[in-house]
Design a protein around this ligand. Sequence first.
Ligand code: MN
Length: 363
Amino acid sequence: MSEDALSPYRAKRDPARTPEPVPPPGSVSPGRDDTFVVQEHHASALHWDFRLERGGVLVSWAVPKGVPLDPAVNRLAVQTEDHPVSYADFEGDIAGGEYGGGGVSIWDRGTYETEEWTDGKVKVVLRGSRVEGRYVLFRTGGSNWMMHRMSPPPAGYLPLPARVGPMVATAARAVPEDDERWAYEMAWGGVRAEVHVEGGRPTAWSRDGIDITATYPELRAMAESMGATQAVLDGVLVALDAVGRPSVGLLRQRMDVTGAARVRRLSASTPVTFLVVDVLHLDGRSTTERPYRERRALLEGLGLAGPSWRTPPAWFGGGAAVLTAAREQHLDGVVAKQIESPYRPGARSRAWLRIATPRTRGT
Ligand code: MN
């Protein structure tokens, strides 16, 4: 009986406690089998729910890293209970403690065409605003499937690079004379980190190319907050003291630590903050050739701000005043970056200058 298709769905939910639609038994009726929706679901583990309307319900998979745009990458898709068709409109917050507790938002929706539909294989053409193309889902065992894009990547789409490598500043004695051609940031004196984010998950490397992802679990919350944004971020990990100043002593307690239990303990007692200063790749495009001012605008557009990450300010021109402010805040100095300069991966460059505050100069 058709109403049975939604029994597992109803059994998991209390209509009095969830804002999700819970249609009564017997309300399932076949439609046109042509609607798809992808919902971003910030549950205990971030995932994207991929749903295809079929036989009066939404046949559903939870895709932990989201719908792949790169045909070279297959993504795990775990089949979940059929959802009511009205769920395709659902956005909202499911209360913590309830089944699927967390925020749900529509990431994309549109129409689809079926090319093949068997017990272990579903081949469709999606027409949404963020996703267009042919996809196949194939069962690998039990409720586990893989999702694969059969079309070429979207026009101009570049997958995340393996690792970009840091651009390095050259030491300088003073603020440049052509001050208006430079932007200024504080020199934070922490652990330089390149953080890749895809599917809401981070991967991080130190300046020397060591994988430090497991050492700094604070990065996970930032990556999760970025949803489906694909990015390479350049920044500095710092440990802030009681008055909010970066402390090298505190940071040392976190460096080179491995072992999940120890990392967990230390991230609670001595948390780090990721200060993001540059974006080198964003949503399928490399940004390294774009001038600093454009990269800075893209970075600010990401609105990265949370309990363990933020985008510290940059000032365009006015280097002398920034250097004075750095000294007053007992920071090591400032980094001057030529406004029109591209990012030079792995290179020491004169387009970035590190100027020490007088207090620390020569010590
Ligand atoms: Mn879900």
